[in-house]
Design a protein around this ligand. Sequence first.
Ligand SMILES: Cc1cc2nc3c(=O)[nH]c(=O)nc-3n(C[C@H](O)[C@H](O)[C@H](O)COP(=O)(O)O)c2cc1C
Length: 424
Amino acid sequence: MFWYHEETKHSYASVRRHPNRLSWESQPNVFKQYPETFVRYTFDIDEAEDNFLYHIAGINAKKSYPGVEYYLRMNPSAGALYPNELYMQLRGIEGKPNGIYHYDVAASALTLLTQLEEGEGLEPYLGYREQMQGYLFLVSSVYWRSAWKYKNRAFRYCLLDAGHILGAIEAAALLKPHATMVRYDMDRASLNRLFGFEKREWFTAAAAVAVPMRGSSVTPVDFSLPYVEAAGTFESNETIERAYEESTVVNGCKRDVCAPHFSYRKEQLQEAICKRRSQREFSAEAITKGQFGYLMEILSQPILSDCEERVNVYVVVNRVLDMPIGLYRDGTYLKYGDFSHKAGYLCLEQYNLATQGALILFLTSSGENYQALYQKAGIIGHRLYIAAEYLGLGCSGIGAYYDDEVNTFLENDDMILYALAVGR
Ligand SMILES: Cc1cc2nc3c(=O)[nH]c(=O)nc-3n(C[C@H](O)[C@H](O)[C@H](O)COP(=O)(O)O)c2cc1C
């Protein structure tokens, strides 16, 4: 097991020994913005390409409490801290020069960071030998945004949230429709340097919504960008920095070239993407066996990627009509019992989600490539959120659980990556 995972386990004793106190005065900013001198292209959501981009990470709700206002997005994020930033190369997209852009969520715009000369691009850093027409996305983490609250465990949240962005790219691309290929085998060190991140932000994955331009060649683009403060405040965290460095090089990766199949209707999918929220409590009503089957079918679909890691999906069935309660893995019935209360306890006593929900899922892995397997758990989580919303159900991610006790319950010694609840 990766030492970082072992070191950041929660237990009943650890959360009581180290209660989480937040220093509100150093609360990080969730929006990165490049200086005004950079050219911005504000989204026109009536235009197809901007509409696609808006559906990945655009703001879709505003919450107001006395003295505070905050904005929620298409993609969920643990604690609404949004540690990730999204960059992209555009090639051959109507209305915008070929170039490298930053997704400015606050302004609902793309900021042009640098234009591409003929024959150059980011492709070689991602292992492509030909020019790719379309979008090459790069997902980064500004880890302090999450570490401010979640301390050393924040690297896990950065990866899950990054996986959700990859899942959000995949969902929005289905509207085009276009397949999404996730890439983990990339030259992170060079890319981090080019973008001027100074170790406060780093890339963890890329995704291509693009097609190769057969017969073309491409040379690596070289540019330099100024460091831009993304969070307003910063405190370094040695554990997280070391975890990132030591999980940066991928090993023994297998490609998954099987395309997933989704039977979504476009209008309803678009609605589900826009309406997606985390449900805070459930009504304790059952879901149907057909809905359960539909969700499991979605989760069993392959993910196109250059570094496939096995992620196991355990499901605690609490309330599904005509299905025995108990624990299942990948469709196999493992043990009978009413585990709703147990699951609530395991998720750091979040009984509101687990006891009233119809299903609680635990995603686990014994894989080797930590960044790839953790982000894959986030992609699966995102697929679940979207599919649940599509069926008129609710979903919530759960990043906090008593790791070793979940292992005892599941009777395995995998790394526990993520829990999720689904219900009415
Ligand atoms: C990785 C991850 C972990 C989360 N963990 C929890 C959790 O333990 N408990 C909870 O109530 N919500 C959890 N959430 C839900 C977030 O708080 C929610 O996504 C965020 O507030 C934004 O709201 P929205 O999803 O409605 O857009 C989690 C979300 C993600 C993506």
